[in-house]
Design a binder for this molecule. Structure first.
Ligand code: FAD
Length: 281
């Protein structure tokens, strides 16, 4: 449980962090709640830790017209309590409140959660359901990556070794009327055995568009496309049938928490419940 030897530098700005990231085997340290456990298990052995944890310039939630812009260093605790998010994108602040325990929420950051690429994490699933955009700075300048293209594999994202995730942009849910995130876990502070994010746009009794994404049902967060197609243009009565398709195209793991079959069943049940709750908001 003791990490391999490493150097440590605290970055005073994003520019300096990017410069330090150019050194061999350098890695960013944000909240440290995912990286440090990996280092203690010696599954990660960076030669240099570049600490960005005190970069205030990356900790914010701002109104950006039809979107909200969230700095990558914004802590889970601040997402929970931010009035802009609570008003315009409540699914994100609500979900941040389900992460770990108070200590994890006070240290962990949205950028760290997204960059880590763990399919059991909650926020990436919500960002996928929201069609969020991820702002990245790297050696070739700035670029924007849609959430749908960001998560590439187990702990693998579109970020290169010298890239820094700076900002996450989510839509204001003005026209998306209903939302819900549900997660099943055995102990309150645990990662999701399975999680479901649902965002619906309705007009009277018709579901015009549905966005549904799953946590821990494969190597990355996944969109439940069969559910979305079954719901598009349908009535609220179709929710139970559509939810039966939740596990189509998924490849859930079997581990000490649950078998793959149990996860498939959980995905179907949680999707139905999440859709019903989204419809009731
Ligand atoms: P770090 O650990 O500092 O970094 C993680 C990785 O991301 C590293 O590879 C790092 O180099 C990279 N990175 C960090 N910031 C950036 C950036 N801006 N740009 C590019 N790369 C970056 N998560 C959940 O979703 N749900 C849970 O229920 C949950 N429970 C937890 C319970 C415990 C006990 C613990 C310890 C963690 C839990 N987590 C959970 C994970 C938690 O949310 C972490 O905080 C989060 O996954 C990582 O954020 P971090 O800021 O700590 O990142």
């Amino acid at each position: 449980m003791i990490p391999a030897k490493f150097e440590y530098e605290r970055a005073e700005s994003v520019d300096q962090a990017l410069e330090l990231l150019g050194r061999e085997d350098a890695k960013l340290l944000a909240g440290g709640h995912s990286l440090l456990p990996l280092m203690k298990l010696r599954l990660a052995r960076p030669a240099l830790l570049v600490d960005i944890g005190r970069l205030e310039e990356l900790s914010y939630v701002r109104d950006a017209g039809e979107q909200l812009a969230i700095g990558a260093l914004t802590r889970h605790y601040d997402l929970v309590n931010d009035p802009l998010l609570q008003e315009h994108c409540p699914i994100l602040s609500y979900t941040a409140g389900l992460i770990g325990d108070p200590q994890v929420r006070h240290r962990g950051t949205i950028g760290g959660s997204v960059a880590h690429g763990d399919p059991a994490s909650d926020l990436p699933t919500v960002l996928l359901a929201l069609d969020a955009e991820l702002g990245v700075r790297g050696p070739d300048g700035e670029r924007t990556v849609p959430a749908a293209d960001f998560f590439r594999g187990l702990f693998e994202t579109a970020l290169g070794p010298q890239d820094l995730l700076t900002e996450i942009r989510v839509p204001k849910l003005g026209t998306w009327k209903g939302w819900c995130y549900l997660k099943f876990n055995r102990r309150a502070q645990d990662w999701a055995t399975v999680g479901v994010a649902a965002v619906l746009r309705r007009d009277n009794g018709t579901i015009e568009e549905a966005s549904v994404a799953l946590t821990n049902m494969g190597l990355t967060p996944l969109r439940a496309k069969a559910v979305e197609e079954a719901l598009s243009g349908s009535s609220a009565d179709s929710v139970a049938d559509a939810a039966q398709k939740a596990d189509e195209g998924s490849s859930p793991p079997s581990d000490t928490n649950a078998s793959a079959d149990f996860r498939r069943e959980l995905a179907r049940v949680l999707t139905r419940r999440a859709l019903e709750e989204a419809l009731s908001r």
